[in-house]
Ligand binder design. Structure first.
Ligand SMILES: Cc1cc2nc3c(=O)[nH]c(=O)nc-3n(C[C@H](O)[C@H](O)[C@H](O)COP(=O)(O)OP(=O)(O)OC[C@H]3O[C@@H](n4cnc5c(N)ncnc54)[C@H](O)[C@@H]3O)c2cc1C
Length: 462
């Protein structure tokens, strides 16, 4: 049974519709495992004795997405097409604007279902689709463990205010999701584009920014499950001790898979919860409290990516008071992008995220704080941090990214001791990094990685 709180919209009258199939528009949950929208769609199709058709609309205008993001996504679609085929369900990938293509595909449907997306562009697509389709349209929340509006009815101030509300509800939503069996296969449905997914061919049709190198990590639900098993077997036991050490490689590195919906947060939470360990609580704090706080933030603040709305009023006031303070160092967005600062630690972080699409959470904090310290104005700093975060990180453009950048500017935090440029915003310094971690070894490691990638890129055989 799929909890009613996950389901938005009404399917009233769908039995009377004369469409040929039930249509599931997959957008945010690129997986077949633990996908509440997919299981809801199968149940509906079985009830009507109709086939279920799944579509994914690949658009080349998704804000800030570049080649590395599309490649990862398309690898995920290939996995999904195979897993769906094993369940007698056909996936059709179409290129274009979801606001136009979904209504067009829904003309022949008795019911349209999608997995709920939390970003503004996804709300815009859904509003457009809702205005146009004539069949009932249902949105099912599968990207979080506790549905966002159920977790809290308002934008939360901090993890401290959110934690008691959400933890009270975990047991109700931490329930298994059993795969349903579709009775009427859609594999023979043969209108429209070719059903077999060829990632290279799909990518070649997209007009996207190809200037960044692809990253050495494969997308898809299979790779996501392998990553989860690796983490549980090899890293979970030490997570509580080592998770804050960016040089220890102690965290799950699941964020990109979670971002693309290639693994369900519920599946991850249940797998980790099954291992009773001190680290379990610490990991679930990140996955369930911190991550879902970010979803609370974007849900209740649709201007989540605008400087003035992204940061709380106290933070805006203190940064405004200090906006003309003398900066010891000042860099443009381009200089930061090319890792051309005086700080070797920061340069290594920028280089790592550019080359790999990943950066440890502790380094992300330092990285964001320094952009604030070295930009002419806090509003410029915010825009630069968001741009670099979303362009390079594979998990960028996520509620977690918008909340993480806003955190550097005071969101979900409190005032600290007043100082130049930062005002009462929390400060971080390089001495702290050096004291706590083997950060010089990290710089050397990134430098070697950079040299290797440059050689490979230039075809150097040595
Ligand atoms: C400036 C800044 C920018 C960030 N940008 C992004 C981003 O673009 N995309 C993104 O997914 N995360 C972002 N984060 C949050 C966090 O740093 C990453 O989710 C985490 O480091 C990913 O690594 P992991 O999967 O190994 O984490 P793990 O420690 O293994 O944690 C497991 C999961 O819990 C969640 N999580 C962990 N730490 C946090 C946190 N502090 N806040 C919210 N959720 C958390 C993530 O979903 C993560 O995958 C940002 C944080 C900061 C401070």
């Amino acid at each position: 049974m799929i909890q009613a709180e996950r389901v938005h919209g009404s399917d009233a009258g769908y039995e009377r519709q004369h469409g040929a199939y039930v249509l599931y528009w997959m957008q945010n949950a690129v997986r077949t495992d633990y996908n509440h929208a997919l299981e809801y769609a199968i149940e509906s199709a079985n009830h009507l004795r109709k086939p279920l058709l799944v579509i994914f609309i690949l658009t080349d205008t998704f804000p800030d997405a570049t080649f590395r993001h599309y490649k990862f996504l398309v690898e995920g679609l290939l996995d999904v097409s195979h897993s769906l085929a094993e369940r007698n369900i056909r996936l059709q990938v179409l290129l274009g604007d979801p606001g136009i293509l979904v209504p067009s595909m829904a003309e022949d449907a008795c019911l349209l279902i999608t997995d709920y997306g939390y970003l503004r562009i996804q709300h815009q697509w859904c509003s457009k689709v809702k205005e146009t389709v004539s069949c009932p349209f249902i949105m099912v929340e599968s990207g979080v463990i506790v549905p966002v509006a159920t977790a809290s009815p308002k934008m939360e101030w901090s993890a401290g205010t959110f934690r008691p509300k959400i933890t009270n509800q975990f047991s109700r939503f931490m329930v298994d999701l059993t795969p349903r069996t579709l009775r009427n296969s859609s594999l023979g449905w043969d209108e429209g584009a070719h059903p077999h997914i060829n990632p290279d061919a799909l990518l070649s049709h997209l007009e996207i920014d190809r200037s960044d190198l692809p990253v050495p990590i494969r997308g898809g639900e299979h790779a996501a499950r392998v990553q989860l098993s690796w983490f549980v077997e090899n890293r979970l036991a030490n997570y509580d001790q080592s998770r804050n050490d960016p040089t220890a490689r102690a965290t799950s590195r699941l964020s990109a898979y979670l971002h693309f919906g290639m693994i369900s947060p519920l599946r991850v939470a249940q797998t980790v919860n099954a291992v009773q360990d001190l680290s379990t609580t610490e990991f679930l704090e990140q996955l369930m409290v911190r991550r879902e706080l970010a979803f609370n933030y974007v849900h209740y603040n649709q201007e989540y990516d605008q400087y003035q709305s992204a940061i709380p009023e106290w933070a805006f006031r203190t940064l405004d008071t200090h906006c003309n303070d003398q900066r010891e160092y000042s860099y443009t967005c381009e200089e930061l992008d090319r890792a051309k600062t005086h700080d070797p630690y920061w340069n290594a972080m920028q280089t790592e995220l550019t080359l790999t699409g990943y950066l440890h959470g502790y380094f992300r904090m330092y990285w964001g704080k320094k952009i604030l310290e070295w930009s002419e104005q806090p509003g410029d700093a915010y825009q630069t941090a968001l741009l670099l975060n979303n362009r390079y990180l594979l998990d960028g453009r996520d509620p977690n990214g918008f909340a993480g950048i806003a955190w550097c500017f005071g969101r979900h935090d409190r005032p600290w001791k007043e100082r130049p440029v930062f005002g009462t915003i929390r400060y971080m310094n390089a001495a702290g990094l050096k004291r706590k971690f083997k950060v010089d070894a990290y710089v050397a490691m990134v430098s070697m990685m950079s040299a290797r990638v440059t050689d490979e890129h230039q075809g150097d055989p040595s």
